[in-house]
Write a protein that binds this ligand. Structure first.
Ligand SMILES: [Zn+2]
Ligand SMILES: [Zn+2]
Length: 423
């Protein structure tokens, strides 16, 4: 345990935090725009990764590159626990306790999307068909500035901070390979925080809550195999279009009739392809869709229930089917203590508790969820929309952009969380 004596010996001047971070704002904007101009898709973040590594190198921050291809982990050791009697190591089987933390991780994703940018800004994407349309350029800049700040003020925190720069959040997912590569080990991470710039919330607000913040993401493909023929002679066929129509309707009953109304879930059929001509009965129909839910109890449920409905309908119409199901990301679930840490520090930064939005759940998904399955943590939304500046397009829109004022707020929340976490 950190002793009371050493705890009292640290006086963190939090008013200083804001001033120093405000001074970083021009660099934050510069780094973010530089990254925005050079967006890269998942696992191809070579330029991005090289830029991050170059900055860490410049600042003398210990880091490891090439984790899960383009991922980087920076390690910043606070100096406060050196020579002050706080050197004990964690015992075998010791439970996580916010009172006895050693290592806090901060996670940022770095990848862009296959979207052609339509913004006419000087820093618009220079890579054809690729765009930072989700704000991960901002996440990388915030994490870099946080690393820089913490490396300058090592005396202010009594533990180790690992900053995880992760590839491929938009798919196929960089969190899991980074965990498999050992980023949460050696030293072992006790807790993790991360943020998403969020245009669904206005600048000056923070969405943070205990429990599920974002949903599980699963997807399915199904091909219905009927028997084709003449549009005027349906009795000689098994019409895959009719079978597909029944399936699409029946799948709606899973959420409406099988899922507890107090649980939230979505089953969306996003694709339905069949047929070639008005007078030809289609032999095959192909549909695909996505499933979302918050409650981990559904982990084994939807794939099995969807196939059950498809099988039953196909059988009753004389068709057969191929079915594939993938579980991409689990639900993103925040630890209560860590959510409270973020909430309290965010409230300091935005200077009003009114700006804390607990009803900020979304059926969108995030592979931050894999980190949160391993260690307690909190993922939160940092409001970044500003309609007055025409910065309110939704994420993944070709005109997505955000109010860069949020960058400094993100750094300040991270820094305050670090200092509070180890205090
Ligand atoms: Zn996204
Ligand atoms: Zn995103």
């Amino acid at each position: 345990m950190i002793s009371t004596t050493s705890k009292n010996s640290v006086d963190i001047d939090l008013s200083r935090v804001r001033g120093e971070i405000q001074a970083l704002q021009p660099q934050l904007v510069e780094w973010r725009r530089r990254l925005h101009q050079r967006p890269e898709l998942g696992f191809k973040e070579q330029i991005t990764s090289a830029f991050v590594a170059q900055k860490l190198q410049e600042w003398g921050i210990k880091h490891q590159t090439g984790i899960a291809k383009t991922g980087i982990v920076a390690t910043i050791e606070g100096k406060r626990n050196r020579g002050q009697g706080d050197k004990e190591t964690r015992g075998q089987g010791e439970e996580f306790s916010i009172q006895n933390p050693k290592v806090l991780a901060i996670r940022a994703d770095m990848d862009a999307l296959p979207i052609q940018e339509e913004n006419e800004v000087p820093y618009r994407s220079q890579h054809d068909g690729v765009m930072h349309a989700c704000g991960h350029d901002g996440h990388t800049a915030i994490a870099l500035a946080t690393a820089y700040y913490l490396s300058q003020y090592r005396d202010d925190f009594a533990g180790t901070v690992k900053i995880i720069f992760q590839p491929a959040e938009e798919g196929p997912g960089g969190a899991l390979p980074m965990i498999e590569a050992g980023v949460l080990k050696n030293p072992d991470v006790d807790a993790i925080i991360g943020l998403h710039l969020w245009n669904n919330l206005p600048l000056g607000t923070v969405g943070v809550r205990s429990g599920a913040l974002m949903a599980a993401v699963e997807l399915f493909n199904c091909t219905i195999l009927g028997k084709g023929g003449h549009g005027a002679m349906p009795h000689q066929t098994v019409d895959s279009v009719v079978v597909a129509a029944q399936i699409v309707n029946a799948l709606q009953t899973i959420v409406a009739r099988n899922v507890d109304p107090l649980d939230s879930a979505v089953v969306t059929v996003g694709e339905l392809h069949a047929g070639t001509a008005h007078n030809v009965i289609a032999a095959t129909a192909r549909l695909s869709g996505t499933v979302r839910y918050f409650n981990p109890k559904f982990e084994a449920y939807f794939g099995q229930r969807i196939e059950q409905i498809i099988a039953g309908i196909c059988q009753s119409y004389g068709a057969t089917y191929n079915f594939e199901y993938w579980q991409l990301y689990p639900p993103t679930i925040n630890n209560a203590g860590m959510a409270e840490l973020v909430r309290s520090q965010a409230a300091e930064v935005i200077e009003t508790p009114v700006g804390i939005v607990p009803e900020c759940q979304t059926m969108g998904g995030e592979d931050m969820s894999f980190f949160l399955q391993e260690v307690p943590g909190c993922y939160f939304f940092l409001g970044s929309a500003n309609p007055d500046k025409d910065l309110a397009y939704p994420h993944h829109h070709p005109r997505f952009d955000f109010d860069e004022t949020a960058l400094g707020m993100g750094v300040e929340i991270f820094v305050r969380c670090v200092e509070k976490f180890f205090s």
